[in-house]
Design a protein around this ligand. Sequence first.
Ligand code: NAD
Ligand code: IPM
Ligand code: MN
Length: 368
Amino acid sequence: MATRKLFFLPGDGIGPEAMAEVRKLVDVMNADHAAGFEIEEGLVGGIAYDTHGQSISETDMERAQAADAVLFGAVGGPKWDGVGYDVRPEAGLLRLRKDLELFANLRPAICYPALAGSSSLKRELVEGLDILIVRELTGGTYFGEPKEIRDLGNGQKRGIDTQVYDTYEIERISGVAFELARTRQNRVCSMEKRNVMKSGVLWNEVVTANHAAHYADVELSHMLADAGGMQLVRRPKQFDVIVTDNLFGDLLSDVAAMLTGSLGMLPSASLGAPDEKTGTRKALYEPVHGSAPDIAGKGIANPLAMIASFAMCLRYSFGMVAEAERLEAAIAATLDDGVMTADIVGEGGTAVGTGEMGDAVIARFRAA
Ligand code: NAD
Ligand code: IPM
Ligand code: MN
């Protein structure tokens, strides 16, 4: 069997702690099923900056380009608050997204039955929740030019970020959302702010036209993004797939994360376009949460977002759908058995550490 090349970038804070659990799982899959995974590991974020003054080295960028899939932990922390903008830990992640052209960020928010009581919303609002946010990831305010702090020469400065979207970017991200909707409840809600933003007007027009031309079988609705945020906490189950831009998608996916009980639960996949010849696509998988400096080093971080990100990797990069489903079922079974980390354990429950949580999922994965 062909080898499957994984490139691990554990990063900072709880990144390496969560990634260690995926490594254990990959070792088990190689031993039990001859899965043929080959792991290389590199540096990203603050640890890369401390090592060679850049948030990711050229060598590691090349290794990321050459891998079948990149697994990313988390970056950042107070230690690097003062470093230059271009070399700050988060810059490494943004470079990976941009240079690998990972324009489609899939952020599912699933409320596992055992966690319906851990959400800040009432149980009946989140029980059975299964929504997918499709966030555009290589355009918009994150990358638009000009992007600078301009000295106005009169003692004033001007901070500038630019929201830019071209037709092709909106077409391809909405195409991903429509395709995925067809495999789910066949509904897409597009969110922008066409009432104030020109890019929002174009976004709305292009999504509408793409829908009419190619995806008329999918139910399409539009919502202003601020109202979308409100609806996400008012009645989240009204949504199936949400498609939105880079910045709104960042905000809305953190909101959606809390519906599931904890930021420690939310995985993501960042995908490029399929290669015309081979059909393979560049991909990076990472939890939605950050490096959680407040709990780093304590061994209490929830590794489920990282493990669920690996499930997405099995599904989207290697077509190992049965294994992905088995892993997701193992996560659900672990939670059903009451095994929970501190961020999700209910009052009176006993929390397990990161390693025990990983072991519990792996044991159930093996047993299934
Ligand atoms: P964060 O996601 O790191 O933490 C927010 C809160 O959620 C904290 O209280 C944290 O303890 C908790 N939390 C997050 N993940 C958890 C987990 N797996 N288990 C248990 N609890 C968890 O966000 P923040 O505090 O705003 O940011 C901290 C740093 O992380 C910043 O430098 C930020 O830029 C960076 N960040 C990185 C990424 C990334 O690498 N993809 C994403 C978001 C933030
Ligand atoms: C995320 C993070 C990143 C973003 C940061 C760390 C650059 O918040 O992946 O949601 O803003 O996209
Ligand atoms: Mn974010």
